[in-house]
Design a protein around this ligand. Structure first.
Ligand code: KIV
Ligand code: ZN
Length: 519
């Protein structure tokens, strides 16, 4: 058996499907390129049959990547499989991932079919995909609440039809490490030709056991894990890529397997995802949280200074946390800026560098020191402009102890500058939001508003994350500036642009969307 565990990243499918983590196709492509740099073996780029937008995004990722295998998720029916094939045919390295639910609960209540029909559909889907690609993965949705003997039956049938990877999802995060271990042992012993296929696991985190369950399965022979950056995913999320990879690396003598991941790219990948989605990671999150390598207690600090191993089981550098304290200021030149941005893991085109250099100079005039975090904000802003419907031209507010907060805003909509509008609010940010709502004529509700200083000091850039909701659709947005009212207005407009994107890329039909929500 191989001692390499394949990392199957589903950040762009299962992760992106979760509330607040949606990305447009450009953002997905940026993330996919970073996952390629990280060294993941397989990228699940999306669910092509779910919407025209997803189809195009999978297609684009398949065409632009030239390393990892790119796979598309498809239900076990002809139309889905055909959409998956169509989206990826012509890609450098691709495969199909098809699935059907196998628990009696899902078969009866969700699909209204019996076990025999499920096997028939699974076999047909695998055979159809196999005509176009060598790589066909089959997943038994809700496997951990399925009859294990039925799993042996359906997995054996799809292996006979050409499946090369058998995935065992803990769809609702229900299993425990010991139970999951036993299930994998049974399947690897009893499925037809089990030694000729790869066993994969896909664990959700409803009981906080996704990583532990995945590792338990690896101990008994699973050689592919499906996971997401930062553990994003449906409900409580998926198993976190960085936690699995670092557990296998740090405890290599115990697990005796390794991965192809370039671990120094972990932090950069995690940060990129939070910037693209606007979601914030808890400070004490393992590996990538802000406090993961911070030692607060004096006794710990003293120990680490004498010998880092006293309180650190892995070095910050091993996961790409920069210990380079070199910072830039207003006298730094273009070459220094380029060098610094490259060291943070971003490759810039000349055009991007020129534009970022101008913004950097402006920022450096306002702040004495420009930190890595400030530069990352500039890069992300540069890369997220250009296709938005709504653009902020100016925002001005009056507020104070003796006045009603009022904002005056000028926006452009689809390239056309709108006349200035003004409105009042409970505070300057509320006034700005009310004015923007009036201009775009979308009476959305603000459901979350978080301000964070990206660096220390009163001259820090504030990053604002907002969530808005309108007609049952939720969208998040982010904006940064040294002025928090401007940062807030940018975040609100960013969310409105994402909302607009959802409205443009409506799923193929409502029923499909409902079924997707149940995955
Ligand atoms: O959680 C799940 O069961 C899934 C499958 C589609 C693999 O996401
Ligand atoms: Zn899942």
């Amino acid at each position: 058996m191989s001692n390499i565990v394949s990392i199957f990243d589903t950040t762009l499918r299962d992760g992106e499907q979760s509330p607040g983590c949606s990305m447009n196709s450009r953002e997905k492509l940026i993330m996919a390129k970073q996952l390629q740099k990280l060294g993941v073996d397989i990228i699940e780029a999306g669910f092509p049959a779910s919407s025209p937008g997803d189809f195009e995004s999978v297609q684009q990722i398949g065409l632009e990547l030239n390393g990892p295998k790119v796979v598309a998720l498809c239900r076990a029916d002809d139309a889905d499989i055909d959409a998956g094939i169509k989206s990826l045919k012509g890609s450098f390295n691709w495969g199909i991932h098809t699935f059907i639910a196998t628990s009696d609960l899902h078969l009866k209540s969700k699909l209204g079919i019996d076990r025999k029909t499920a096997i028939k559909k699974a076999v047909r889907a695998v055979e159809r995909a196999k005509k176009h690609t060598d790589h066909v993965e089959f997943s038994a949705e809700d496997a951990t609440r399925s009859d294990p003997d039925f799993l042996v039956q359906i997995f054996s049938a799809v292996v006979k039809s050409g499946a090369t990877v058998l995935n065992v999802p803990d769809t609702v995060g229900y299993t425990t490490p010991a139970e999951f271990r036993d299930l994998i042992i049974k399947l690897t012993n009893e499925v037809y030709n089990a030694d000729k296929v790869v066993f994969s696991v896909h664990c959700h985190n409803d009981l906080g056991l996704a990583v532990a369950n995945s590792l338990a399965a690896i101990e008994v022979g699973a050689r592919q894990v499906e996971c997401t950056m930062n553990g994003i995913g449906e409900r409580a999320g998926n198993a976190s890529l960085e936690e699995i990879v670092m557990a296998l690396k740090v405890r290599n003598q115990h697990y005796n397997v390794s991965t192809n991941i370039h671990t120094e790219q972990i932090f950069q990948s995690s940060r990129l995802l939070t910037k693209l989605t606007g979601t914030v990671i808890q400070a004490n999150k393992a590996i990538v949280g802000a406090n993961a390598f911070a030692h607060e207690a004096g006794i710990h600090q003293a120990g680490v200074l004498k010998n880092a191993l006293t309180y650190e089981i892995m070095s910050p550098e091993s996961v790409g946390v920069s210990v380079n304290q070199l910072v830039l200021g207003k006298h730094s030149g273009r070459a220094a800026l380029m060098g610094k941005i490259n060291s943070l893991g971003y490759d810039l085109t000349d055009k991007e560098l020129s534009s970022i250099f101008k913004k950097f100079k402006k920022l450096a005039d306002k702040k004495k020191i420009v930190y890595d975090e400030d530069l990352e904000v500039l890069v992300m802003e540069e890369r997220s402009t250009g296709i938005e419907k709504y653009k902020l031209i100016s925002v001005n507010v009056t507020s104070g102890t003796e006045t009603i907060p009022t904002a005056t805003v000028i926006l452009s909509i689809s390239g056309k500058q709108m006349p200035p509008k003004a409105a009042m609010g409970d505070g300057p940010v509320d006034a700005a939001f009310n004015t923007i709502r009036g201009i775009v004529n979308i009476p959305c509700v603000l459901t979350a508003f978080v301000i964070k200083a990206v660096t220390g000091g009163t001259d820090a850039q504030g990053t604002v994350s907002v969530s808005i909701e309108w007609e049952g659709i939720r969208a998040t947005g982010r904006g940064s500036h040294t002025d928090i009212v401007i940062a807030s207005a940018r975040a609100f407009i960013n969310a409105l642009n994402r909302l607009d994107l959802f409205l443009q890329t409506k799923p193929i039909d409502g029923e499909d969307q409902e079924e997707m929500a149940g995955i």
